[in-house]
Design a protein around this ligand. Structure first.
Ligand code: ADP
Ligand code: ZN
Length: 747
């Protein structure tokens, strides 16, 4: 049959619409050559040729007819599945994601499907790297100053306690593959392909988190409300606000039991950092077969997990963000723990918020959704206030444990000597004398965040970024934390050549050193991304701390979450000020959440805990209310400010970032886009702010400007903007245009 004949009478099934993982507004139509087997259906993968290449896409529709002229219609190359790989609900959810987050349906689908389903055949393995036998400091020294990227790669591998995953390493050091290949060619580094990388997580043994004999009254009430809804069936979203240590996990476990008893399945999302063998173990301990989904799994691992879930073998899924898309049949509940965490927002296209999509997925599945947090996001808080979510509150700790007392140390009065004010030093001394444990939190890594020239009164800056260089003492180098480039520490100011640069500020490395200088007998470990290269490192340090083999844990936000050590009686926050003054509308909210979370690490056992927060702005509401454990007052005050400015949750934002090496190009495109938007948008519905230089106006040598579109209420006014933005982005190869709907960061 000739192509024309087929098209004269396109019967049902003769045409397919296919979504491809490319940034384009529309799906493409292909015709199905007669005799194609199996017959394509919606949700199946197909191979098509696109721009001269064979690509895999998903069938989204079987249209009756098309506007595409017959001469331009191309045939489907192959149907790759016998069964749809996606059900109706996930198709619907991804379509919504595409329209809401202004990306293509195919891009949204790509976030959902395990990679092995996206490509044809082919199981990728993970590449691990380690230094070659006998390679050490001598070989390393030869690379310094001449081959910077190779130097950093080899140094990191030498420091690590075992092999490192190549992709992680490239990302962490921000280097390309070529220095690694060169090192391999020189015989300094060896690589190995391995099937796994997350063994302990995936095979985490069941850890009996003994089912408590009795729920606390608060848990009782929450579980009763949730179970009632589970039994009744149908969608309802709950916001579970429970102070740290109130036993939220037990509530999740109890309601999941009820869901399973009703013959339905459960998805539990936790922040990536909280997805540990311990967490998985708790769920296995209670439910046996539990599937784990994690962004760093290999395709094969992910595919296996998917099969277990689809077949009904695993009725509980625990995972990070993308686990939301687990193909769970008859889904009964979606739980999002620590729902306020910004890491639930994906940082690349599609920039979806897993918390928001969780509510939608639950609604489509007529399931229950539980968002849990000690410090809910103001978005969820507003939804609860408006009655869209049912609020459940647990404001008492299990065991009637008191919330730890928090003292704010005013650094303007109590001059600190290095990282320690008098009160903090005294408190630490007491803890060490009593043989208890302390956590010291400082959310900056390195030794000194600023290298200051007294002569010209400037900080030494990165040549490629809007950032000051951070001094790392162990390596005797200065590092840009934005682009990861390093150099030897300058002895004179690069701009005015005056000698005698000063090291200002306290990084975690300096805090550790200061503890050891004052308390030489203390057993101290530091947890930040400079010391923790592998997940095993993390578990080893936490294990040692848990067994009492360490006295003090110094760390960045890596230690803020989930740690439950009964002998910790002191938490010192070296400075609360850093995150408070970020140019971001959520700076206060984030600071409040972080302080509350870190404070929750103390006094979790029988011993009372004490928190010291050092700050130069003790009167700031985020600090005052965190010290009082008063979420309600903080939220009320912050909400009033947001409402005045129509900021979320009283309005919605879309942010566009334009980036290019050429500053003029960025300006031009920004102005052009702003003009188009202003022309087409009704200012009562959507306001255009900018373009303006992004807070990080130079990043990795690229100039960056951004533009905000602010729509009041629930953001209906953003709809026309999305279409304009998507078309603009599609037609603008340079500068790079990034659209972020409901951004969680403004940097
Ligand atoms: P949250 O997540 O709210 O901070 P967790 O779920 O981690 O709190 O619970 C805090 C601690 O209390 C855990 O060690 C947990 O095993 C314990 N726990 C929870 N519920 C109960 C209960 N009903 N009786 C006794 N212990 C409990
Ligand atoms: Zn830089």
């Amino acid at each position: 049959m000739k192509q024309g004949e087929l098209l004269d009478s396109p019967g049902p099934g003769a045409l397919v619409r296919v979504a491809l993982n490319r940034p384009m507004r529309e799906e493409y139509t292909y015709f199905v050559p007669p005799g194609t087997e199996p017959e394509p259906r919606v949700g199946m993968r197909v191979a098509v040729s696109f721009a001269g290449r064979r690509e895999v896409g998903i069938v989204t529709e079987l249209p009756e007819e098309t506007d595409v002229p017959a001469s331009r219609l191309k045939p489907l190359s192959a149907v790759l599945d016998d069964e749809p790989v996606l059900d109706e609900q996930l198709l619907k959810l991804t379509r919504f994601m595409a329209s809401y987050y202004a990306c293509s349906w195919g891009e949204a689908l790509a976030a959902v499907l395990p990679a092995v389903l996206k490509r044809e055949g082919g199981r990728r393995k993970v590449v691990q790297l380690r230094p070659a036998e006998g390679v050490g400091q001598d070989q390393l020294a030869e690379l310094e100053d001449k081959h910077e990227a190779q130097f950093r790669v080899l140094r990191t591998l030498l420091e690590a306690s075992g092999p490192l995953e190549r992709n992680d390493l490239l990302r962490k050091l921000n280097v390309s593959l070529s220095p690694v290949q060169t090192l391999e060619r020189k015989g300094l580094v060896v690589s190995e392909r391995v099937e796994t990388g997350l063994d302990e997580l995936l095979a985490a043994p069941a850890a009996p988190r003994a089912k408590p004999d009795q729920l606390t009254p608060g848990q009782e009430e929450a579980v009763a409300a949730l179970n009632a809804r589970v039994q009744q069936g149908g969608f309802e979203a709950f916001l579970l606000r429970g102070v740290t240590g109130s036993g939220k996990t037990e509530v999740y476990l109890s309601v999941i039991e009820e869901v399973l008893a009703a013959g339905r399945g459960a998805i539990v999302l936790v922040p990536e950092i909280a997805l540990t063998p311990q967490t998985v173990g708790w769920f296995r301990g209670r439910f046996g077969q539990v599937a784990v989904l994690h962004s760093r799994m290999t395709d094969a691992q992910r595919h296996d997990a998917w099969r277990m879930i689809r077949s009904g073998e695993a009725r509980v899924v625990v995972g990070a963000r993308s686990a939301l898309f687990a193909p769970m049949p008859d889904l009964g509940i979606v739980i999002v723990d620590e729902e306020h965490e910004p890491s639930f927002k994906q940082g690349s296209t599609p920039r979806y918020h897993a918390r928001d999509m969780a509510v939608l997925r639950a609604r489509d599945a007529e399931a229950v959704c539980v968002l849990g947090s000690a410090t809910p996001s103001l978005e969820s808080w507003e939804n609860a206030r408006q009655g869209r979510y049912t609020l459940l509150t647990m404001d008492k700790r299990v065991h009637g444990g008191r919330l730890p007392s928090v003292e704010v140390v005013d650094l303007r009065v109590e001059k600190a000597d290095g990282p320690f004010s008098g009160p903090l030093e005294l408190a630490l001394k007491g803890v060490l004398e009593r043989g208890e444990q302390a956590i010291l939190f400082q959310n900056r890594r390195g030794f000194a965040p600023v290298l200051w020239c007294r002569a010209c009164r400037t900080a030494v800056r990165c040549a490629h970024c809007d950032a000051s260089l951070v001094f790392h003492k162990r390596h005797q180098r200065v590092v840009c934390h934005s682009c990861c480039e390093e150099q030897r520490t300058p002895t004179a100011c690069p701009s005015c050549t005056a000698p005698g640069l000063r090291f200002l500020g306290e990084g975690s490395e300096r805090v550790e050193e200061a503890v050891l200088a004052r308390f030489p007998a203390a057993r101290v470990a530091r947890m930040d991304s400079d010391t923790m290269h592998r997940r095993e490192d993390y578990e080893e340090v936490l294990g040692a701390f848990g067994r009492g083999e360490l006295d003090v844990l110094v760390g960045t936000q890596m230690i803020a979450k989930g740690l439950d050590f009964p002998r910790v009686t002191l938490v010192g926050i070296i400075s609360a000020d850093g995150s408070l003054h970020l140019p971001d509308l959520r700076a206060a909210e984030r600071t409040f959440q972080l302080l509350s979370q870190v404070a929750g690490r103390a006094g979790r056992g029988e011993l009372d805990g004490r928190i010291l927060i050092q700050t130069h702005t003790p009167e700031h509401p985020a600090i005052v209310q965190a010290a009082r454990h008063d979420y309600l007052t903080f939220a009320a005050g912050e909400m009033a400010l947001r409402e005045e400015l129509s900021y979320p949750p009283f309005g919605r934002l879309a942010r566009v970032v334009l980036e290019d090496e050429d500053a003029a190009r960025v300006d031009e495109a920004g102005n052009a886009l702003a003009a188009i938007l202003r022309e087409h948008l009704d200012p009562a519905q959507a306001q255009v702010l900018g373009p303006a230089p992004a807070p990080m106006a130079l990043l990795r040598g690229r100039h960056r400007s951004h533009l905000l579109i602010k729509a009041p209420g629930r953001g209906e006014g953003l709809a026309p903007a999305r279409a304009i933005l998507q078309t603009f982005a599609e037609r603008t190869p340079r500068p790079r245009v990034t659209i972020d709907v409901d951004p969680v960061s403004m940097l």
